[in-house]
Write a protein that binds this ligand. Sequence first.
Ligand SMILES: [Zn+2]
Length: 87
Amino acid sequence: MELTEVEEFEKKLRKTIDRVLLKHKGDVIKQLWVDEYVNGIHCSLCGNIGVIDTSNATTPNGQIVGRKNFCICPNGRLAKRLNYLDS
Ligand SMILES: [Zn+2]
């Protein structure tokens, strides 16, 4: 099946966006963190401990979906590199 001109354009655009996002993934995440989650000198996601604990999070019907996650902040990135997750 041949792609239409618009589909071909969208496919090329998607590839370009994916390539740029992959190349600048770290920058995008860092900027998102700075724009949305920095509170003074603290990370509002994890309180600077590098781990976000959502262990008690459940869906409205009670399914447990939480866990401990490495934060996207610098402390979280370091914790991930050191594989630091207390259980
Ligand atoms: Zn954090």
